[in-house]
Write a protein that binds this ligand. Structure first.
Ligand SMILES: Nc1ncnc2c1ncn2[C@@H]1O[C@H](COP(=O)(O)OP(=O)(O)OP(=O)(O)O)[C@@H](O)[C@H]1O
Ligand SMILES: [Mg+2]
Length: 251
């Protein structure tokens, strides 16, 4: 589905990503983990076209999308929610969703913006219900709580019907209870939309609970990949990142 080959990106002398090759099968739920500065966000930025790779291929169902613009990549079915909510502060939740759709209507964006199409409204409504924002549909975005901002960010990606959804720390800045609610919402929408979901997460309890598969980055390289059980007991991962807290059977 999404296949990364030999992806590299440097900033000045810093190799933020070097020769990363990873596979994300269709319909999978994968966590990307690793220490601060490991290159996780850079990895997403390269996939979404926010950054241009120095080298490497990004194959979406066989098509190499490396180097395309972000709108072209979004149009091909890759959606993304950011670490920091990136929304339209003066629009309501519903208007923001329609604006996101209209922004991606390509050359007709200018016209579509004033006259939202019924299908987009239906999709926006369905997505708001799916993520639990429909009660706040008419609220101006800037008055949303931090958690709801982040939810809107996910909703803005979802409304474009992505086949692949990338979430950069969907639970960042939340208390423990809200965190679990959020990840439950993410899990439900993954099941419902049957998409390929990749999320960056630093809460390892969440990662081990919901990820089917884990990719570990460190210093811009793939340190390990495998199932939660394999990663939990992987010596290099324990040494570089986890410590012994999560080793199976460890008291
Ligand atoms: N636009 C940029 N310009 C210069 N350096 C950058 C840029 N983006 C990332 N870097 C550098 O690349 C490296 C990887 O950063 P990145 O943000 O991808 O890490 P991360 O794994 O997401 O970290 P965190 O867990 O803190 O979010 C870091 O050394 C960072 O300083
Ligand atoms: Mg990051």
């Amino acid at each position: 589905m999404l296949k990364i080959e030999h992806l590299s990106k440097s900033f000045g002398g810093v190799a933020a990503m070097s020769d990363v090759s990873l596979d994300f099968p269709a319909g999978s739920l994968t966590a990307v983990i690793g220490p601060n500065g490991a290159g996780k966000t850079t990895f997403f930025n390269l996939i979404t076209g926010a950054l241009k790779p120095d080298k490497g291929n990004i194959l979406l169902e066989g098509e190499n999308i490396a180097g395309l613009s972000t709108p072209d990549i979004v149009r091909r079915g890759i959606g993304r929610a950011f670490q920091i909510a990136s929304i339209f502060p003066s629009l309501t939740v519903r208007e923001s969703m329609l604006a996101a759709v209209n922004a991606h209507r390509g050359q007709h964006a200018g016209l579509g913006g004033r006259f939202p199409i019924a299908a987009a409204e239906d999709r926006a409504q369905a997505v708001m219900e799916m993520v639990g924002l429909s009660a706040k549909a008419d609220m101006v975005s800037r008055y949303l709580s931090h958690g709801d901002h982040k939810l809107l960010d996910i909703a803005l990606a979802l409304v474009l019907e992505p086949r692949v959804l990338l979430l950069d720390e969907p639970t960042a800045g939340m208390g423990p209870e809200e965190r679990w609610q959020r990840i439950d919402t993410v899990h439900r929408l993954w099941e419902r939309e049957k998409m390929t979901l990749v999320f960056i997460e630093r809460d390892m309890d969440i990662v081990f609970k919901i990820a089917q598969s884990i990719r570990v980055l460190s210093y811009g390289k793939v340190l390990a990949q495998g199932t939660p059980d394999e990663i939990r007991r992987h010596p290099a991962v324990i040494e570089a990142y986890l410590g012994t807290e999560y080793v199976a059977g460890h008291a």
